[in-house]
Design a binder for this molecule. Structure first.
Ligand code: SF4
Length: 303
């Protein structure tokens, strides 16, 4: 008994008490493999993707969104990327976007999904030049995500999409019923691959401070399922919400909350990217987001 009592005083016993295994083992909580899995799935997935997989493939970004414009011809309520909050939306500087893609491609060994998006990417006159820079040899899948309200006509754009194997991903919205059919017809004619995407929209909330305690923030971050990293104006962010919250100036970005690709050497970028991808601490921007909380409920998709 003495031995057990002295074990209970150790730091290791205190650590064990914080794990769900202790609660199950001690009979305090009826649980199952699935409860443990749901509690730890984010961590397990992150370790798997950026840890185990990195051992084989080097530095991996599973999903990347490259923002090329903040202009959008739909102003959807509940847009989690906060496009309606841009008072002066515009196309991002082409040279900066290209330079940041080049720097990222030098630092990263493999991309899963390499997505081009906006706003609405077909509004940007620079789309074809930016697509030329996509490091397709390092990508599993290259996609351009569109709201299908614009039917591009530029033959050079179709040419680069064919050469680079770009898939056009169409999200059906009520407002694009007619143009969607036209866009599909043009893509078929030009032999450009396309597919539908039916995302489930959830409420990420107004970008206002939610006054959560550090413990609540940590829990929110642990339950957040966002996996897409975001490249915006020369910086790589952990998620789309972080990118736009900081870009719109809703809160101050702290050191280590993004990687400034254009200011660093490749070695520095690689080191900082590794640190960002493996991050376990919430971001300042999480205070301005509902993801990972029980308020992050389903909402209707777009306009
Ligand atoms: S801001 Fe935080 S909670 Fe919101 S999506 Fe990004 S990491 Fe998740």
């Amino acid at each position: 008994m003495k031995l057990i009592d002295s074990f209970k005083q150790t730091k290791f016993a205190a650590f064990l008490k914080k794990t769900p295994f202790y609660e199950i083992w001690s009979g305090r909580k009826k649980s199952s493999f699935f409860v443990i899995w749901s509690k730890y799935k984010r961590r397990i997935r992150t370790i798997y993707l950026s840890g185990k997989l990195s051992l084989v493939a080097g530095l991996v970004i599973d999903k990347l969104d490259v923002v090329i414009t903040t202009k959008c011809n739909l102003q959807c309520e509940g847009c989690s990327h906060l496009m309606p909050y841009y008072k002066n939306p515009g196309h991002l500087d082409k040279d900066r976007v290209i330079a940041s893609i080049r720097e990222l491609a030098k630092a990263v060994d493999w991309f899963g999904h390499f997505n081009i998006l906006g706003g609405e990417p077909f509004l940007s006159p620079d789309l074809k030049y930016i697509m030329e820079e996509i490091p397709v040899e390092k990508c599993h899948l290259v996609q351009v995500l569109t709201n299908a309200t614009i039917v591009p006509k530029d033959p050079e754009l179709f040419d680069v999409m064919r050469r680079k194997g770009v898939h056009v991903v169409i999200t059906p919205y009520p407002s694009n019923e007619q143009t969607r059919e036209q866009l599909i017809a043009v893509l078929e004619r030009e032999h450009v691959a396309w597919n539908y995407y039916y995302p489930r929209w959830t409420d990420h909330g107004e970008p206002c401070h939610h006054h959560r305690s550090p413990r609540e923030l940590q829990r929110q971050f642990a339950h957040c399922t966002s996996v897409c990293k975001n490249l915006l104006d020369g910086r790589l962010y952990y998620c789309f919400r972080c990118a736009h919250i900081y870009d719109l100036g809703f809160c101050q970005r702290l050191e280590g909350e993004a990687v400034d690709l254009l200011k660093n050497t490749t070695a520095q970028n690689r080191k900082q990217l590794r640190r960002l991808l493996r991050r376990r601490k919430p971001f300042t921007a999480c205070q301005y987001c509902l993801r990972g909380t029980n308020q992050n409920v389903g909402i209707s998709r777009g306009k």
